[in-house]
Design a binder for this molecule. Structure first.
Ligand SMILES: NC(=O)c1ccc[n+]([C@@H]2O[C@H](COP(=O)([O-])OP(=O)(O)OC[C@H]3O[C@@H](n4cnc5c(N)ncnc54)[C@H](O)[C@@H]3O)[C@@H](O)[C@H]2O)c1
Length: 314
């Protein structure tokens, strides 16, 4: 079991990173965030968080090497994260998600950082069959460009272990939701439309299924991994809240006090289902999600209502 020490957190001004920064500080870690503050990252996401913010690029090898010195752990959460953007402009995805991962994880290996953790996604497996869930050893068959860059980064994790003998933990999670998520993502989009009294838009027939995990539960899982996990393991974190997109949007309509749904053409390459089996992680890390989906969505809605600019599309 590792006690808290110094930790480098890339992407800490983003959605998951800023929730994780909060959880790490509460757990006693001394946190340095490295974030480029792209359109997805905001300085204000770290308001009230006792963490040092270094504004910079994970592809900047000299900067990353310098920041890695003396760290007890590193969590690599920086990424280009929006699938729809990867279809129209893949270049930043290839650069940040692959080259950025190489720079961060090789620097961790060169510096001998005891625990390096790479954030990956359920999307690396591609579309799940109608029944069953992917376990940690299932083959990777990414179905979109974003997922392909995340799978490539996982291949680098394997290569770095093989060539440098340095283990890196891989974490895959299902769809996160909660405060500070960018307005382009599904839940903030539906909240924005619902609050404006407009129809909530869905792509395709609305029957694609996702499993929803509150971001604070995921952050708690990463803290548990740092405390109780062994470097080099693969861990799955799932919400246990599988819903069709229509079901989730309808739940947000209800929370908004009424409204309607509108169906748009399907997105190219849309996977019908993602599903992770996290039984081993729950047992190994004594972790389980705590936030009930209804309560988590209601709290996210309240957070957006306090200042609707929080879910603006900008
Ligand atoms: N949100 C989800 O539901 C989800 C699900 C599975 C996996 N993930 C993974 O979790 C991680 C975090 O996702 P998120 O939803 O918080 O994303 P996000 O887009 O909200 O945040 C990404 C952060 O990375 C920063 N960043 C981007 N390029 C950078 C660069 N070159 N150098 C430094 N910083 C850079 C951005 O400024 C932003 O703060 C990603 O690796 C993502 O693939 C997210």
């Amino acid at each position: 079991m590792a006690g808290p020490g110094r930790i480098l957190l890339t992407g800490g001004a983003g959605f998951i990173g800023s929730a994780l920064a909060r959880a790490l500080v509460v757990d006693g870690w001394t946190v340095t965030v490295l974030d480029l503050l792209t359109y997805a990252g905001r300085r204000s996401h770290l308001d009230g968080v006792d963490a040092a913010l270094v504004v910079g690029d994970v592809c900047d090898e000299a900067l990353v090497k310098r920041l890695m010195v003396g760290q007890d752990a590193v969590v690599h959460a920086a990424a280009e994260s929006h699938v729809a953007r990867s279809l129209v402009n893949p270049a930043p995805f290839l650069r940040t998600n692959i080259e950025g991962a190489r720079v961060v994880l090789e620097a961790a290996a060169a510096e001998g950082v005891p625990h390096a953790v790479h954030l990956s996604t359920d999307e690396v497996f591609g579309e799940a069959p109608p029944e069953g869930r992917f376990g940690p050893d299932a083959p990777l068959r990414p179905g979109n460009l974003y997922a392909a860059t995340k799978a490539a980064a996982e291949a680098l994790v394997h290569a770095i272990r093989h060539t440098r003998g340095h283990p890196v933990s891989v974490v895959r999670c299902t769809n996160n939701y909660g405060p500070r998520q960018h307005g382009e993502k599904a839940v903030p989009t539906w909240i924005r439309l619902g609050l404006a009294g407009e129809p909530l838009t869905l792509h395709g027939d609305g029957l694609a299924r996702r499993d929803w995990l509150h971001v604070d539960d995921f952050a708690a899982g990463i803290v548990a991994l740092l405390r109780r996990g062994q470097p080099g393991e693969v861990h799955h974190f799932a919400g246990g809240n599988e819903r069709t997109n229509t079901q989730l949007a309808a739940q947000i309509v209800d929370l908004c006090g009424g409204g309607s749904l509108a169906y748009l053409p399907e997105r190219p390459g849309q996977d019908r289902r993602y599903a992770l089996n996290d039984d081993a992680t729950r047992a190994a890390l004594a972790w389980a999600p705590k936030v009930n989906l209804h309560d988590g969505l209601a709290a996210t809605l309240s957070w957006a209502q306090e200042d609707p600019r929080r879910v603006a599309l900008e």
